[in-house]
Design a protein around this ligand. Structure first.
Ligand code: KIV
Ligand code: ZN
Length: 396
């Protein structure tokens, strides 16, 4: 089956870096930009050049360094911002300016003290102005999630007329439900004249934990670019997580979409982002969390030992994890204990396993996890364990 390509627009270095405490220096940004390029992302939003001289230089450095990935710079719908963004990316092999303005009534009234008509004018002017510098101009309608669909369609149509190549429909506040976000994308597909000439993009925030679901629903309804970050980093509760979207599309091929991401690098890049930003990945994080392929209950462990697919929908190797892990806890059964002992090179008889298991449960009740050192110790004390077990068995 031929798959439609979904463009991956990574904003780890811009929206992701807005997380308090995640500030990166230029060297770190460059290192991550190279890693993201190797991962296969199509577009990197490298920064917001007007925001500081350091950010400008960083975007400039990344623009000069990347050879395959398009470098994008963010700006508000303000000439000075756009000019500075253009200057920062001018040496890039492939480049894009991302400009836009708040379009919801809330943003129009409270942020700009303005009117829909004036915002429309500013949007059109910004895109026209950006087109003087680059061919590829992406327009964002900030807070599109809460923007009236008719007005959103109108603004999209007007910016398309002056050359916008990508229309970004951000759910800036993470407010939408998946079916609402999908319906918004569908509405634009059906009501904006000329929409097929542009790429519709999702940019979802995770305030209600729906960023990934909303992005996928956007794709199903016609979006062809997902804006996302590694580990789901981003403002407040974060952005859509790159690794989740990529693996959802890969795991559901019948949807008919795929990306160019080299999934075997996902874990490595996730760890690099986590280390450079000093932001640990939660253990239960989908795809890249340390528990994503760890099994601790006896029933699951028994199933996975018999056949991995009983409790895993992704082969860990596909995302750069060597293998699934069996974590030995008080919930583990004999199968898991025998499996780990065998991995350590200890072949135990049925009787030995029973004796070890009795000791194992005592240790497991005292500590959260039974580790290899505990098993080595049990093996060294094998005879003692067997005799205790024999006495115990006679007694009961
Ligand atoms: O969330 C948002 O709306 C943004 C825009 C600047 C694209 O990050
Ligand atoms: Zn955002």
């Amino acid at each position: 089956m031929d798959h439609t390509k979904i463009f991956i627009f990574d904003t780890t270095l811009r929206d992701g870096e807005q997380v308090p405490g995640c500030k990166l220096n230029k060297e770190q940004k460059l290192k991550l930009a190279h890693a993201l390029e190797d991962l296969g992302v199509d577009i990197i939003e490298a920064g917001f050049p007007i925001s500081s001289p350091g950010d400008f230089e960083s975007v400039q450095q990344i623009s000069r360094a990347l050879t395959k990935t398009k470098v994008c710079a963010l700006s508000r719908a303000v000439e000075k911002d756009i000019k500075t963004a253009a200057e920062a990316i001018k040496d890039a092999k492939y480049c894009r300016i991302h400009t836009g303005i708040g379009t919801s009534d809330s943003h129009i009234k409270f942020k700009f003290n303005s009117t829909r008509e004036k915002v429309l004018e500013r949007a059109v002017h910004a895109v026209k102005y950006a087109k003087q510098f680059v061919e590829d101009v992406e327009f964002y309608a900030e807070d599109a999630g809460r923007t009236d669909n008719d007005f959103l369609a109108r603004i999209c149509e007007e910016v398309l007329k002056v050359g916008a190549t990508v229309l970004n429909i951000p759910d800036t506040t993470g407010y939408c439900l998946p079916h609402e976000y999908g319906a918004k994308i569908k509405y634009l597909k059906e009501h904006v004249t000329g929409i097929d000439a542009a790429i519709l993009s999702t940019h979802c925030h995770n305030d209600l934990g729906l960023a990934t679901a909303n992005s996928i629903e956007g794709v199903i309804n016609g979006a062809r670019q997902i804006e996302c970050t590694m580990n789901g980093l981003g403002e407040r509760a974060g952005n859509t997580s790159l690794e989740e979207c990529v693996m959802i599309l890969r795991q559901h091929p019948y949807l008919g979409f795929d990306t160019d991401i080299k999934t075997q690098l996902l874990n490595q890049v996730s760890q690099m982002v986590s280390e450079e930003m000093g932001m640990p990945v939660q253990p239960n994080k989908a795809i890249v969390g340390s528990n994503a392929f760890a099994h601790s209950s006896g029933i699951h462990q028994d199933g996975v030992i018999k056949k991995r697919e009983t409790y895993e929908i992704i082969d860990p190797i596909e995302v750069g994890v060597d293998k699934s892990s069996i974590v030995l806890t008080a919930r583990s059964g004999r199968a898991a204990l025998a499996y780990r002992l065998k991995e350590l090179g200890y072949d135990v008889t049925k009787l030995e396993l029973d004796a070890f298991y009795q000791e194992f449960l005592e240790v497991a009740d005292k500590q959260k996890e039974v580790v290899d050192a505990d098993l080595h110790r049990m093996w060294e004390n094998k005879n003692e364990l067997l005799s205790t077990f024999a006495k115990h068995s006679v007694k009961y």
